[in-house]
Design a protein around this ligand. Structure first.
Ligand code: ADP
Ligand code: F6P
Length: 483
């Protein structure tokens, strides 16, 4: 029986070692949370990095680590500290991540990191080659592994390979600045199908393929030697049922079943009846626009002092990539901004911002989604942004207002939310006012449409569409060659 092999840098669980014991925690981030819902674990295999470096793994735990991962349907690629540094913190997150999110000035072009990226991609490819049979389907994920498709194709030319990019693909003018641009494109072209979240990313990619590799692109197919590579957009959905059911269970309001966190949120809502809770949830990443959002909030309070004590902003920022200097600087900036705004506006009865810098268990995430009147998600650039979709899915009574950046991939499918340009503070302030004062009927009308769409285009449909399209492409490619 053929199997699907998922391969990504991040596995659905992260391993840590405490007192010679293995601890597993669920991974945060769109790729891990989304793919987790479609990874059956039975016949499929998910290959990736465990989160531990070779230096951190005690000899006596090696076997146990493998069985722990196996229980989650996973297998590991071993990486040492130098590899993690050059491949993950280096080339992936100091070169590609900023460049593909249009933060050109943050992008570092270090030859040594590129060399390590290539070597580590080869390690991932070798792990696939060792485990894959010819009738298996290989699904490679994200910017950390862009060379893997061609590396696998070189050794297993007949195997089906799909690649999905979870971040934006930038315009040609940005992409062309990368010193290793042709190598990256050639690596991706080892796939039979390449998927993006939006049509714009697909268009940018095809433009780079045409202009940099000089390949023949017709519509969304690229002709390369004796093969056709299909390029298409597949906007990633969420596990709608999981989020809507969690929202329903949460809003049943049975006090004994409520978490301590939920009870505190409810008590707060009771004591501040007319006040609105505004929620902002992101990994602490400069692409998410957290600092800009805080500046906009300060601007809002200055411009509209009548909302003092009438709104509270809850900022949940998940620690991310903290070895990269830009992330350390951002942490400092956000800490200072929160301190300054709270210092400036707090009263005896009111603190304008509650700030949490940590990951939270799923239940608490749901508590926040269901308790907050407004979700304010304004990335400066974001491949998709699943948090926006999750917030809407949990709103069982269809109330709640989503303010979403038009720079998020999800904005394409969420026209009924209040879409804003995060750089436009006047528009942001107007959206906040509109959200605070939006009649319940209007909220329900907008969310009804959004929920139906999210339910239809859920993560399972996304994965099935991708896999079916890959199978179809493989068949077409075979008949193209035999002609
Ligand atoms: P990204 O992939 O860039 O991190 P997304 O919004 O697409 O952004 O995905 C973030 C995912 O991480 C969501 O599925 C969300 O549920 C999860 N998540 C976000 N914040 C937290 C948190 N504090 N604790 C646990 N999971 C979180
Ligand atoms: O959604 C984009 C993404 O890069 C995912 O690929 C990744 O899982 C997530 O952000 C979190 O990043 P990291 O794996 O570096 O923690």
């Amino acid at each position: 029986m053929s199997k699907t092999i998922i391969i990504s840098n991040r596995l659905p669980v992260q391993l840590e070692i405490h007192n010679n014991e293995i601890k597993t925690t669920p991974s945060v981030g769109g790729l891990a949370t989304g793919m987790k819902s479609v990874h059956s674990g039975s016949n499929d295999l998910w290959i990736g990095w465990s989160g531990l470096t070779d230096e951190n793994i005690p000899k006596n735990l090696e076997e146990k680590i493998d069985t722990t991962l196996k229980d989650h349907g996973c297998a590991k690629v071993k990486l040492n500290a130098e590899e993690v540094d050059g491949f993950y913190f280096g080339f992936s997150n100091r070169t590609i991540w900023p460049l593909f999110h249009y933060f050109l000035e943050y992008s570092e072009f270090e030859l040594n990191n590129w060399e390590i990226y290539k070597a580590v991609n080869q390690k991932f490819a070798d792990a696939i080659i060792a485990k894959a049979d010819d009738d298996d389907i290989i699904w490679v994920h994200d910017y950390q592994l862009m060379l893997v498709p061609q590396m696998v194709k070189d050794k297993k030319p007949d195997i089906s390979i799909g690649f999905f990019l979870h971040i934006p693909f930038p315009s040609y003018e940005i992409f062309r600045t990368l010193p290793w641009r042709e190598e990256i494109l050639r690596g991706l072209m080892g796939s039979d199908l390449i998927g993006f979240h939006t049509y714009d990313y697909e268009r940018h990619f095809l433009s780079s393929v045409r202009r940099l590799l000089g390949l023949d692109v017709s519509f969304n197919e690229v002709h390369i030697e004796n093969r056709i590579v299909k390029v298409d957009s597949f906007p990633m959905g969420i596990d709608y049922k999981k989020f809507s059911e969690a929202g329903k269970a949460n809003s049943l309001n049975i006090t004994e079943n409520q978490s301590d966190f939920q009870q505190r949120l409810n008590a707060h809502k009771e004591s501040t009846k007319d006040a609105k809770l505004i929620l902002s949830i992101d990994r602490l990443d400069y692409t998410k626009g957290i600092a800009k959002r805080l500046n906009a909030f300060e601007y809002f309070l200055n411009k509209h002092p009548e909302y003092k004590e009438k709104v509270r902003l809850i900022i949940l920022a998940v620690p991310s990539r903290s070895n990269v200097p830009q992330y350390q600087l951002l942490k400092k900036e956000v800490d200072e901004l929160v301190g300054r705004i709270n210092g400036e506006f707090s009263t005896v009865n009111w603190t304008p911002i509650w700030y949490f810098y940590r990951s939270m268990p799923f239940e608490n995430l749901i508590d926040l989604y269901t308790s907050c009147d407004i979700a304010w998600l304004t990335p400066i650039r974001d491949g998709m942004n699943l948090v926006a979709k999750e917030y809407i899915a949990t709103r069982t009574d269809k109330t709640g207002v989503l303010i979403l950046s038009e720079m998020a991939g999800s904005a394409n499918e969420m026209n009924e939310s209040l879409l804003i340009n995060p750089n436009n503070f006047e528009q942001t302030v107007a959206a906040l006012q509109q959200a605070i004062n939006m009649p319940v009927e209007e909220q329900q009308e907008r969310n009804d449409i959004l929920q139906k769409r999210l339910e239809r285009y859920n993560v399972e449909k996304w994965a099935n569409d991708f896999i079916n399209s890959l199978k179809e492409q493989k068949e077409n490619s075979i008949s193209y060659v035999s002609k």
